[in-house]
Write a protein that binds this ligand. Structure first.
Ligand code: SAM
Length: 298
C-alpha cells in the first residue's frame, strides 16, 4: 500500500490539507464554539459533545482548507462572509434525523380530532386547515401530515384548503424539502396506495412528492428563537417535534409560549413526548392522547 503522502501526490486535485488531521480542540475553544451555537440557535452543547463538534467543524474546515479552529471561528464571526459561512455551518451542527410517518400517533390524533370524520361533519364551505411544522428538517414530516390530511379529505370527497408552513434553521435541509425528492429507502414506511398517489419516480430512480402536494407546503427559513418579527398567521395545528430537546428548559418554555400565541382558538400544539414537562399556559390545556404531548388552545 502507498504511504499517505505518496497517495496524495498521485491523485491530481486532492490537496494534502484534506487528509491532515486537525489539531486537538482546547477546552476553551469548545466553550467558545458552544457559546456561539447557543447564542445563535439556542442549542446547548453538553461537554460530552466535543467529538461531535470537532467532527462537524472539521468537515467544513476541510472543505474550506482552514487548518485551525480559531481561524475558522474568527472567519465565521466576522463580516459579510462570516454570515454566509454561518448559514452553511449551521447545517453541519444541527441534527436532521427524520423520516416519513415518524410520528404515527400524532397523525392519528390529527385525523381523529382535527379533521371531520364523516361527510356530515364537513362544513358547507371548503374547510381551511393551517398547519405549521416547526423544525421540519428535510420535509418528511410536513409531507406526511399533508398526505394524511389530503387522504382523509379525499375519502370524504370534501373541498379544503391546506396551508402548510414548514420552517427550519437549515437552508440546506429546506432546499431538500422544497425539491421533495427522496430515495426509495426513505419511503419504506409508506404504503403502496400513498406511494402511487403522492409520488412520481424520477429518471434516476428516486421519488418526487407530487406537484400538487409540494405546492401546498411552503418551506421557510426561520430560527425558532426569532419568530417574533415573522409574519405568521394563526394556525390550526402546530407541530414541534424532536426540536425542544436541544434547548434548555427556559427556552423550551419560551418557544412553547410563542407557539401558543400562533394558534387559533381550538388549535392544537403538538410537542415531542417528554420534551416539555409541567408547562402551564393560561390559554392552553393538555389534550390527552396516547403517545403524544398535545395542548389545545382554549
Ligand atoms: C431532529 S430534526 C426533527 C425533524 C422533525 N421535526 C421530526 O421530528 O422528524 C430537528 C430540526 O430542527 C432544526 N433546528 C435546530 N435548531 C433550530 C432553530 N433554532 N430554529 C429552527 N429550527 C431549528 C434542525 O435544523 C433540524 O432540522
Amino acid at each position: 500500500m502507498l504511504p499517505v503522502k505518496a497517495t496524495v501526490e498521485r491523485l491530481p486535485g486532492l490537496d494534502e490539507r484534506f487528509i491532515k488531521p486537525l489539531p486537538a480542540m482546547e477546552p476553551g475553544q469548545f466553550e467558545q464554539w458552544a457559546a456561539l451555537l447557543k447564542q445563535r440557535t439556542g442549542m446547548r452543547l453538553p461537554d460530552n459533545r466535543m467529538s461531535f463538534l470537532v467532527t462537524n467543524l472539521g468537515m467544513r474546515m476541510r472543505e474550506l482548507g482552514i487548518a485551525d479552529f480559531q481561524t475558522y471561528y474568527d472567519y465565521v464571526t466576522s463580516g459579510r462572509e462570516g454570515v454566509v459561512e454561518w448559514g452553511h455551518l449551521v447545517h453541519h451542527l444541527t441534527v436532521h434525523e427524520t423520516r416519513f410517518l415518524r410520528h404515527e400517533s400524532v397523525l392519528a390524533l390529527i385525523l381523529q380530532h382535527c379533521l371531520p370524520a364523516d361527510p356530515a361533519g364537513c362544513p358547507t364551505e371548503p374547510l381551511g386547515i393551517d398547519v405549521w411544522s416547526v423544525g421540519c428538517s428535510t420535509g418528511e414530516e410536513p409531507y406526511s401530515v399533508a398526505m394524511a390530511i389530503d387522504d382523509r379529505m379525499r375519502q370524504l370527497d370534501a373541498a379544503y384548503f391546506l396551508g402548510m408552513m414548514a420552517s427550519d434553521i437549515s437552508r440546506a435541509a429546506l432546499a431538500t424539502g422544497r425539491v421533495g425528492t427522496y430515495s426509495h429507502e426513505k419511503l419504506r414506511d409508506i404504503g403502496p396506495r400513498w406511494l402511487k398517489h403522492y409520488f412520481t419516480e424520477t429518471d434516476t430512480g428516486r421519488f418526487q412528492v407530487s406537484e400538487e402536494l409540494r405546492k401546498r407546503v411552503c418551506f421557510n427559513h426561520l430560527n425558532i428563537l426569532q419568530v417574533d418579527d415573522a409574519p405568521i398567521g394563526k394556525m390550526d395545528i402546530i407541530l414541534c417535534l424532536n426540536l425542544l430537546i436541544y434547548f434548555d428548559r427556559e427556552q423550551r418554555i419560551q418557544i412553547a409560549d410563542t407557539l401558543a400565541g400562533h394558534l387559533q382558538p381550538g388549535g392544537m400544539l403538538i410537542l415531542g413526548v417528554g420534551e416539555l414537562l409541567n408547562w402551564e399556559h393560561p390559554h392552553m390545556k393538555r389534550f390527552p392522547y396516547a403517545n403524544t404531548l398535545a395542548f389545545q388552545h382554549q
